[in-house]
Structure formats: C-alpha cells, structure tokens
Write a new protein. Structure first.
Length: 158
C-alpha cells in the first residue's frame, strides 16, 4: 500500500484566486477563535493553602481515639451481648442455664483478632499511618475487658 503525498500547486496567476480564498478562510477562522476564546487571568502563584497546625493536631487525636475506640467497642459489645443473650457458658463440666461453649467463641475471637492483626499491619504499611495498628490494640483491649464484664453482668443478674 502506497501513501500519496499531496503537494499543493504553486501559486500562479491562474490559481491566485483560490489561494487568496483559502487564506481569507484561515484568517477568518483565526479571528473567530480569538473572538470566542476565554482568557484565563488567574495567576497560579496567588493561590495559597494555609494549614492550621492546631487542626492537624486535633485531627490526629480524633483519628487516634476513633481508631482505638471503634476497635475496642466491637469485641467489647459483642462479648457483653453474648453473655447477656445466651446466659452463662458451658466451661469444661459446669453447664447451668443455656449451654453455649465459651471456647468456640473464644477461639473464633482469637482467629478474628489474628485476621485483624494481619489486615492492620498491611494497612499500616500501605498507608504509612499508625491508626490501623491502634484499631488492633483496641480490638485486643475490647476482647480482654469484654469477657470479664460480660461474665460479671451474668453473675450480678443471678
């Protein structure tokens, strides 16, 4: 397949009118573009971003307590609701009330905690923040305190 290159004819007296017609069309097009174009008078150097350092500190502590608090509340409230809804669990040979096996939930909690640990480490590395690790610590504290508080609510209600 060959390409053909179009080379216009040289300007001569015979094609002079055609040449001037094309030139006038080009100049008309340039005038139209100039007339209808919008000029950007903004200067990029005039745009300033002012960062309030107090708001950055408040933002850090807000994220800190939110990560720790949400991580704490999820297992804490889960353990309390398990104890309140299912009663005293079966531990080894003592079964009174509704029978639910504590160790099944405990090992499920450990497995979920391990998954949260893996997820929080990878999220901390990818986002270069400490907040996912704080969520994990909150999860551990919520599990640690949720079990005795739930058990205390059951023994207090009996």
């Amino acid at each position: 397949m060959e390409r053909e290159l179009y080379i216009p004819l040289p300007v001569t007296e015979e094609n002079r009118d055609q040449y001037f017609e094309e030139l006038s069309n080009i100049s008309e097009a340039e005038n139209w573009v100039e007339k209808h174009s919008v000029q950007d008078n903004t200067n990029q150097n005039e745009i300033r971003i002012i960062v309030n350092e107090e708001s950055m500190i408040d933002n850090f502590w807000g994220k800190f307590f939110a990560s720790l608090g949400i991580g704490f509340l999820i297992p804490f409230l889960t353990w309390i609701s398990l104890f309140l809804s299912l009663g005293e669990p079966c531990v080894i040979f003592s079964c009174s009330g509704k029978s639910w096996i504590f160790w099944e939930y405990f090992f499920a909690n450990l497995f979920l905690g391990f998954m949260v640990l893996v997820g929080s480490i990878s999220a901390s590395i990818s986002s270069k923040t400490i907040f996912p690790i704080l969520f994990f610590f909150g999860f551990c504290l919520g599990s640690l305190f949720g079990i005795p508080v739930g058990e205390g609510l059951i023994t207090g209600n009996s």
